[in-house]
Design a protein around this ligand. Structure first.
Ligand code: KG4
Ligand code: ZN
Length: 377
């Protein structure tokens, strides 16, 4: 089956088309196309994602990305078509910006060979989620294609379906992104139990906030990671850091995390220092990255043991971090599954893959989907 994935939950606008063969036990996927536009630069001056700007950007960029994805997948057939506007009037009124671009595309395209539309319905920024949902509903109605509201976090988990190794169950997933830090017990694909999560900031958010304290651009993760790697080359572990940071919650019995204190600890250290030197920044970046890695690792190790996990899944934007990837890979003797770095951060391939995992729950064309900013696994 051909699955169209649409992702607009945060500051990435993405459209992908995958072809899925086989069942969930031994699926086989081909990515036929993947179009992605990151708004990160546009949000950089706000130091985080600005919801109304995200909504506007999604509305402008979704149609051109979709056209590009159709063409790349060789599913674009030019054909003069009359669009049943009556059917979709209400949706178009709700999204005038989107309609301006989408209607002309629909008027020149034959129905593509797509069997399922999987669109992120949460968690995320609701105004941003609605753009993707309304876009998906228009396509579903006009082309009579079943539709499914995908959970963005299940998408991150599903991103490992492309990994070389196969998941063995029960599996444990560590999801680490800009909005979430969670440990999930997975009995089978589709059966999830959250056993721990952050009590305050997500780990990715802490990367972004600490980056800001060091005057690095948003999103901060990749910049911190680069500086930390430089410090590892320049300073041996024996040379103690001048910036020792806490390892929050590491000793607690729960599987919960906490990262706001770590950011505050960095703030207190840099507050009275005036201008930070390049060496200071490298050293802080490394100590911070170590603190995040050790807290993630400590909790995950304990959960793997307690729940007898047969494989470990790592996913979410922070899993693009080389140090975290390497550390986890060298610690466990069960298979560790991770997406390629490019599929770790938000994308639409993972949303199409989540659609594959949930396809028996697809809804009839045009069904009412709602955005749910707080959707949980
Ligand atoms: O999953 P994602 O793309 O979006 C959300 O669903 O939140 O994750 C984005 C987060 C950002 O906080 C970003 O700083 C972080 O992932 N990130 C990284 C790296 N690349 C992205 N954090 C640490 N190291 C990286 N290399
Ligand atoms: Zn994400």
């Amino acid at each position: 089956m051909n699955i169209l994935g649409i992702e607009t939950s945060c500051d990435e606008t993405a459209v992908a088309i995958i072809e899925a063969k086989g069942d969930k036990k031994s699926p086989d996927f081909t990515v036929r196309s993947h179009a992605l536009y990151s708004q990160a630069d546009k949000h950089a001056e706000y130091g985080g994602v600005y919801p109304s700007l995200a909504k506007r950007e999604h509305a402008q960029n979704l149609t051109p990305l979709f056209e590009q994805a159709l063409k790349e997948a060789e599913l674009f057939t030019p054909e003069k078509t009359s669009v049943p506007r009556g059917k979709i009037e209400e949706l178009l009124e709700r999204e005038p910006e989107l309609a301006k671009a989408l209607i002309p595309l629909l008027e020149k395209t034959a129905r593509p060979d797509i069997d399922l539309i999987s669109v992120t319905s949460g968690p995320g920024l609701e105004p941003a989620l609605w753009v993707g949902i309304n876009f998906a509903r228009v396509l579903s109605l006009v082309w009579d294609i079943p539709i499914l509201g995908a959970n963005h976090m299940e998408g991150h988990i599903a991103s490992v379906l492309f990994a070389q190794k196969k998941a063995q169950f029960p599996a444990l997933a560590l999801l680490v992104s800009g909005g979430h830090t969670e440990l999930i017990l997975i009995k089978q694909w589709g059966s999830y139990e959250k056993i721990g999560s952050t009590l305050d900031d997500a780990a990715g958010e802490a990367f972004d906030k600490v980056a800001r304290l060091l005057n690095l651009p948003y999103p901060g993760g990749p910049h911190i990671s680069r500086l930390a790697a430089e410090d590892r080359l320049l300073r041996t572990p024996a040379q103690a850091t001048r910036f020792a940071l806490p390892r929050p919650m590491l000793q607690s019995d729960s599987y919960d995390f906490s990262y706001s204190g770590l950011k505050t600890a960095v703030l207190y250290k840099v507050r009275d220092m005036g201008e930070l030197s390049a060496t200071d920044k490298r050293e802080i970046a490394r100590e911070f990255e170590d603190a995040v890695t050790e807290t993630l690792l400590g909790k995950t190790k304990r959960a793997v043991d307690e729940y007898g996990a047969q494989s470990l899944i790592l996913a979410g934007g922070v899993i693009a971090n080389t140090h975290i990837r390497d550390t986890f890979e060298h610690t466990f003797d069960i298979p560790v599954l991770m997406p390629d770095k490019a599929l770790a951060t938000d994308n639409a391939v993972m949303i199409a893959l989540a659609g594959f995992l949930e396809h028996e729950h697809a809804l009839p064309p045009g069904s009412n989907l709602r955005a749910d900013g707080n959707l949980s696994l």
